[in-house]
Write a protein that binds this ligand. Structure first.
Ligand code: IDP
Length: 143
């Protein structure tokens, strides 16, 4: 299996719950390495740009408002099969449907406030990583 990079965001609800460490622990226990990370308060323009693919969806405005309601933690995760592995750790979009033991089952309140984002494919991973990080901000971890 190939070593991949994927973009992960710990959303404002999970940051507010002080769950960054527990969520990072899940990534690390699953063999994913954090190779870049930044806490930031997204502007409305950034949130709209990041979720532009959803701009015609009825939930778009609520999603943007939620994403700017507090700081987020943004990171690049690296590892074997990182994109699918992270999606597996996250669980289904709607926490009511998320498998037990997944991040969304354990930390998310609702489909709106669902704790984490993770890239859903190789192309989106590349685009989403470039949205937040310059190449030189992504560290090489050889050990
Ligand atoms: P994902 O985050 O599991 O990849 P997407 O379909 O890409 O799910 O949707 C992006 C985000 O938009 C979701 O994480 C969720 O916060 C929000 N969202 C998706 N569908 C709905 C909905 O039907 N109602 C409200 N919010 C939604």
């Amino acid at each position: 299996m190939a070593v991949e990079q994927t973009l992960s965001i710990i959303k404002p609800d999970a940051v507010a719950k002080n769950a960054i460490g527990e969520i990072y622990s899940r990534f690390e226990k699953a063999g994913l390495r954090i190779v870049a990370a930044r806490m930031m308060q997204l502007s409305r323009e950034q949130a709209e740009g990041f979720y532009a693919v959803h701009k015609e969806r009825p939930f778009f405005n609520d999603l943007v408002s939620f994403m700017i309601s507090g700081p987020v933690m943004v990171q690049v995760l690296e590892g074997e099969d990182a994109i699918a592995k992270n999606r597996g750790l996250m669980g289904a979009t709607n926490p009511k449907e998320a498998a037990p033991g997944t991040i969304r089952a354990d930390f998310a309140e609702s489909i709106d406030a669902n704790a984490v984002h993770g890239s859903d494919g190789a192309d989106t991973a590349r685009e989403e990583i470039a949205f937040f990080f310059r190449p030189e901000e992504i560290c090489k971890r050889t050990l």
